[in-house]
Write a protein that binds this ligand. Sequence first.
Ligand code: ZN
Length: 147
Amino acid sequence: APTVATRAVIHVITTPEALDSQGPGFLPGYGQIPTEQAARLAEGATIRQVALPADAVEPGYRPSAKLAEFVRCRDLTCRFPDCDRPAERCDIDHTVPYPAGPTHPSNLKCLCRFHHLLKTFHGWLDHQFPDGTVVWTSPTGTVESMH
Ligand SMILES: [Zn+2]
């Protein structure tokens, strides 16, 4: 019988230090994993560094693949308070709608479809600071800050 080789692909996000057993890793869809586990998963794995995007506004609404990857790695999850939907299953939202708001990391964040709709249609306001911090204001005026 023919055999089929399969290969698992696991994305783990770490700092370079974590690969030398000096910091935790983050497993999308699961959460933080201990240093030793991150280092063990890295053994024999393909390591790819995510580049910091150039500090320039990209033309157009849709972020480039590089910029989208950076935003997903920065955010890890949906940016709505307490939502842990993995970034790779989120939309990339322009906090200030394009074209008034630029296609730039300081104006982009991950939102799951549910929270994207909540923002668009249910009166939640979000304000994003240059470092990426997002402050949400609910329709009743409650303020929540979220890194
Ligand atoms: Zn969400």
